[in-house]
Design a protein around this ligand. Structure first.
Ligand code: 5GP
Ligand code: ZN
Length: 113
């Protein structure tokens, strides 16, 4: 998807501060961080959101979550962090390529807004 920002980041066409990448997954710092640590984890393959993922995406979804754990540990927030994915505009999704937010480094309130 040449008009998708996150596909372009995954392809290296738009710069991002990467913290992890492998065959399936890319992770990079959010441009507008909402916490001292705010990383986005995306699949290389374009999927609109969690809601667009089918059963066949189970392994890929697991890879995203395991990357979140590994990155949180490596960036020093392993004792307290939040993993969020916004599905749909009404839930705050603004980039329509599936991504996990990993947030940490400050106390995180609940419920979220
Ligand atoms: P959403 O609102 O879809 O859940 O999250 C999209 C996130 O992507 C936002 O937190 C926003 O700051 C981030 N973002 C949007 N464009 C870019 C970009 O070009 N580079 C990076 N690193 N983050 C971006
Ligand atoms: Zn995309």
């Amino acid at each position: 998807m040449s008009d998708c920002i996150f596909c372009r980041i995954a392809a290296g066409e738009i710069p991002a501060q990467r913290v992890h990448e492998d065959e399936h997954v890319v992770a990079f710092h959010d441009l507008h961080p909402q916490a001292p640590t705010h990383v986005l984890i995306i699949p290389r393959r374009h999927l609109v959101s969690l809601h667009a993922a089918g059963d066949e995406e189970g392994l890929l979804l697991g890879r995203l979550l395991l990357a979140a754990r590994e990155i949180a540990e490596r960036l020093g927030i392993g004792t307290g962090y939040r993993v969020v994915t916004n599905c749909g505009a009404s839930a705050g999704q603004s980039v329509f390529h599936l991504h996990l937010h990993v947030l940490g480094g400050r106390p995180l309130g609940w419920p979220p807004g």
